[in-house]
Ligand binder design. Sequence first.
Ligand SMILES: Nc1ncnc2c1ncn2[C@@H]1O[C@H](COP(=O)(O)OP(=O)(O)OP(=O)(O)O)[C@@H](O)[C@H]1O
Length: 427
Amino acid sequence: MARKIGSRYTAHQVLGRGSAGTVWLGEGPEGPVAIKLLREDLSSDQELVGRFVQERAALLGLDHPHVVGVRDLVVDGADLALVMDLIRGTDLRTRLDRERRLAPEAAVAIAADIADGLAAAHAAGIIHRDVKPENVLLDMEGPLGPGGAHPALLTDFGIARLVDVPRPPRERAAEPGRASGQRSVIGTPDYLAPEIIEGLPPRASVDVYALATVLYELLAGFTPFGGGHPGAVLRRHVTETVAPLPGIPDELWQLLVQCLAKAPASRLRAPELAARLRELLPQLAGLPPLDIDEPGGDPADGARDGAYDPTAAMAPEPRRRGAVPLVPTPAFDSSRDTHTSMRVPGPDELAGGAHGTARAPRAAGERRAGSARHRGPAEEARGRRLKLGAAAVALVTVAGVGGWFAVSGDHDSGDAKPGMHRTDPAP
Ligand SMILES: Nc1ncnc2c1ncn2[C@@H]1O[C@H](COP(=O)(O)OP(=O)(O)OP(=O)(O)O)[C@@H](O)[C@H]1O
């Protein structure tokens, strides 16, 4: 069923849905396009529409082979839409879901493409703020690169920024806790840099951290700090060191460690990361995907660190890792699978809950103490009790209101606007 979007575009068929809206296959004066139609509750927000128009030049100006081009912004009655280049292919999350982990050469080639795209954005003063596999599109019509990887393009620039609408003082005052300084954080827990969690303004280095997390995930099949309740994930970002990946060349490991550094200034910048990744490609040729198990539990446990994943108890499908929606979603909307409201650990918990170094991944099949597979009957029973207790908490916690989580601080009214940012070129 076709529908008109503004005077120039027609949307023909839904390509997919995200937390901010629906992406359509459409047609414009210059041929096929992808049209991201923002959710009605977002498009009816006048402040957001204002920002949308304000960001127009920045969004349209970003022209790079590894960034999905935004061709037009449409504000038309109730419709608020981004018209983008149509990428014929798939997103990286879908590929990862299918293959679980990629061969190092392909993983590094994809990461290098995204680092190139980020370098261009950062040079233009724009931070992405939500780099994750869902926001990487693979262009199946593009030439095959190293490791058989199709060109990778980063998308969703600006969406986080657009939906991060500061609330009026009246509304804030009415909220308990706001006076003591609450802030909103937008992003996806698995990929959030520690400084964002600690309340510092996001800079370009948060994108480098998120990209290193994606690369780790492509290699390992799991993110370095993910798993369990989002609060536990945030704590790990701040307190844990990344566990080594057995079987990757040391140079690649050093790059990952450097870009996952807690201190933003220690991370490489995107152009240097892109160059270093490309230099590594020849020595990765022919290496098979890693054969390792995720530390911390069987996927069926839905747990890591003993932290119970509330969404696993309630959703019919396993949760897409890290796919907590970016923006608040109406409770009645069942089109998205992970609607989690979360409590972020306070400073004391962040400081005191450290478990030191993240648990090391094991070579496939190696026994791990504490795994459900290796527990005795008494431990199994205790584990079940913990889960039941946690499930009760989860019923309270999972409110179906979206993954836009509020945490303490006061940055949503100041400079610290997550999402698309004007930023210092130097991270
Ligand atoms: N420019 C594009 N060309 C082709 N397909 C696209 C394009 N942009 C998005 N899609 C597809 O549309 C779907 C929804 O994308 P969208 O960006 O709305 O959500 P997401 O990034 O998966 O999730 P979220 O926005 O919640 O992080 C995805 O499956 C994606 O592959």
